[in-house]
Design a protein around this ligand. Sequence first.
Ligand SMILES: [Fe+2]
Length: 411
Amino acid sequence: MKNGIHCIDSLGFERHGDKENSLFFEEYLVRLLEERDRMGLTAMIHEIDALMITVDPGHSIQYIAELALMTPYHYLVTLESESHWTHVLRIDLDSPDILLREVKDPNLRGIFRSLNEVYPVGARKPNSRYMGEILRVDNLHDVVSMQQEREFHFFSQDEIRKLEFPGNLAVSKPSPYTHNIVAYLERAPSELRVYSLGMSVINQDVQAAYQAAKDLQKRLRIDDLLMPLDHLATRVYSQNREVAILEYLSWTSYYFWGAYNIKDQNSSTNVTKSVHGLAESRSPAKVFTANNTPYFVNHLEKLPSPTETFVRNYGPRLHHMAIAVKDGERDGIEHIDYVVNAIAEQGKGFLLDVIGSKEQGLKQIFSNASEHSSLIIEYVQRFGDFDGFFTRENVAALTEAAGVEEGVKAI
Ligand SMILES: [Fe+2]
């Protein structure tokens, strides 16, 4: 203990992977995390308390039904404000909420819409995007002033009111590298999560769609197999890989777990995790994927480029949310296959077959991108005591499958 702050060493974790980083990255990783620990920021910033997603007018009810079937999320309440409905989805207080925001007026213009509009596929659903994470902090005022001293920018209270974000959040300006925001919510672990926004109502149409999807999930016997989020994967431009990671570590109390070069797909997968020793179910890992080379050398190198192509089409953004599947078998079938078969029978598509094996330690699959949010759901089942994050073969196959997805081929 030093000045009442637990001594946390954000650099004291084993490094994984084979992706080489620049000297710039290695130098500033050390300097940024040492300073973050020394200032006490690491100790004051905790788990991911919620994710924020926005969808276009008319899409939130169907998206809630989709999430209610495909994930363990429940519909809790709707916060109604002048221009938005913000639906609160929850599993329990041991895993992050989802705040799903629907823009009421298709003509509403704003900063989040403008982030979509310069990208050919992103522009087709101008209000649909993942916005970012809300992190729990001990002391909002102290964390915000320390970050402001470090030249990190926040929306003003007036802007938060106009944007119709919960008034008890401090919200960062969107990252130039990921286009995501980071918000802080002051809350003690024993306190409930409160989002100060608009009027709290139970929307009967949402409730009916949610209940029908949950009943179906139960009838399909998959409700007890789906677990909370495992990781969130963001795709960024090739040249922004290192800065996106370092910036995210500066906003959070995450550390750099390591990065793998997925040479087959000319891409790398970079993983960051909470330093507080929390399970992923409580604070999902944040993954950054980037092409190894920028698009403008493709005509020289003739290398595959699915990640860079995705970013050029959609803009930098969250690509998928991974839901953990309980280890085990049902009716002689591994749970992940049981879940995927049941969901596929309801007409939901997947980008590829389930890949990996029990022997390799994990099996994974990507769903089609949601027509409501453009987000893919990944299912991941880990076997026995496998504690690795992924296998290179699986990631290569997943990246390739996402690359042939319709829409990614727009340019
Ligand atoms: Fe993933």
